[in-house]
Design a protein around this ligand. Structure first.
Ligand SMILES: Cc1cc2nc3c(=O)[nH]c(=O)nc-3n(C[C@H](O)[C@H](O)[C@H](O)COP(=O)(O)OP(=O)(O)OC[C@H]3O[C@@H](n4cnc5c(N)ncnc54)[C@H](O)[C@@H]3O)c2cc1C
Length: 327
């Protein structure tokens, strides 16, 4: 029997979707090994009893609530380490994302525990949890077994689906934690939505989608400028590779683990055309691809392919569209 501990991030009265996926997955897998799923929340007075209890709907039986700064990794590591020391949890599970990676890695160091990152599936084997992680450009699956008292599992962002299993209220337990001196060294200055998070890519008529070929987060300016030049109902979308790299918000991800779209025009810039991306955009009315590699798979299902450097082509295309529109 082993209990699973998860961390749940909260912002302005709502729990983060990625965290709720972790609770759902933690609850399902804890059951598989005869345990329960518990959640840790860290924050201020807005983490009310009523809000914390709702985590029961996703399968958490207990919520450990600590007063502290929300959204910073080190204080959460202090809280989770304290709860695990007292509760003897067998696994800590996170939903991925930068904060999940940071907390999971810090907790692994603190507790000398084994950690697996980028996990896409968790299952029980001989009464223990094992984690599956795609490797070698996702062509193979590596399976992690845990030897110590604690195993740490960090999912790919949104790899774990949210399930509301109709559970009742979770029990809320307040914990007093003495924070490490270094945990008070950082302060949250501002929190907010990521750039582009509010864009409705599913409803857009024109999508300018960017991939790793854009080179860096700032490269998305090329896609944003082009979408702006199209005007109207045009928006920017992204591949999973760039979302995972933190270049663009998850809300804009197209594909198997992202959104499915069928705009009138899908312009793919610097996207290779992996099958997991294709399934999310193949029903677009017109597909144009810009890629410097003439053999890129995206050209196999594009209506128009442009072989060349997007850094040269996109600004020219943007100017041409502006000129055509008389602006
Ligand atoms: C379980 C699972 C689920 C997944 N779900 C998704 C999903 O939902 N969505 C998704 O997108 N992916 C998903 N993936 C990942 C997918 O397999 C690919 O790794 C990903 O789509 C690749 O993204 P990319 O095309 O941006 O990067 P890359 O494959 O690295 O391609 C970059 C492309 O840019 C081109 N390029 C580079 N520089 C330039 C330049 N200057 N000008 C023009 N072209 C240039 C290159 O030739 C290359 O073709 C999933 C994978 C797994 C295993």
């Amino acid at each position: 029997m082993a209990d699973v501990l998860t961390y749940v991030l909260h912002y302005e009265g709502a729990f983060n979707k990625n965290s709720l996926g972790a609770v759902s997955e933690g609850a399902a897998r804890a059951k598989d090994v005869g345990g329960e799923c518990h959640a840790v929340v860290v924050g201020g007075d807005d983490l009310t009893d009523d809000l914390c209890k709702t985590l029961g709907q996703y399968g958490a039986t207990k919520v450990y609530r600590a007063k502290g700064p929300e959204g910073l990794a080190q204080p959460v590591i202090d809280v989770m380490a304290t709860v695990i020391d007292e509760g003897g949890h067998g696994y800590a599970l996170f939903g991925g994302g930068l904060l999940g990676f940071e907390i999971g890695a810090g907790l692994a160091a603190r507790k000398q525990a084994g950690v697996t990152m980028e996990v896409t599936a968790v299952r029980a084997e001989d009464g223990k949890l094992v984690a599956e992680r795609p490797i070698l450009q996702d062509s193979k699956i590596s399976v992690s077994h845990y030897r110590g008292d604690l195993g740490i599992i960090i999912g790919r962002i949104n790899a774990f689906e949210i399930h509301q299993d109709g559970g009742g209220d979770a029990e809320v337990v307040d914990v007093n934690v003495e924070y490490s001196p270094w945990s008070n060294q950082a302060k949250m200055v501002q929190r907010g939505e990521q750039r582009g998070a509010d864009v409705d890519i599913e409803g857009a008529d024109i999508l300018v989608a960017g991939g790793r070929g854009l080179g860096k987060a700032e490269g998305f300016e090329l896609a944003e400028n082009l979408a702006k030049a199209f005007g109207g109902n045009a928006a920017v979308a992204a591949t999973r590779a760039v979302v995972d790299a933190g270049w663009y918000p998850y809300a804009a991800q197209i594909g198997q683990t992202g959104k499915t779209v069928s705009p009138k025009l899908y312009l793919a810039a610097g996207i290779s055309g992996a099958i997991q991306h294709k399934v999310g955009m193949q029903s677009s009315e017109n597909i144009i691809a810009i890629n410097k590699d003439a053999n890129a798979p995206i050209f196999e299902f594009s209506d128009l392919g442009i072989v060349g450097d997007l850094n040269k082509i996109m600004p020219k295309l943007t100017e041409a569209i502006k000129a055509k529109k008389g602006g």
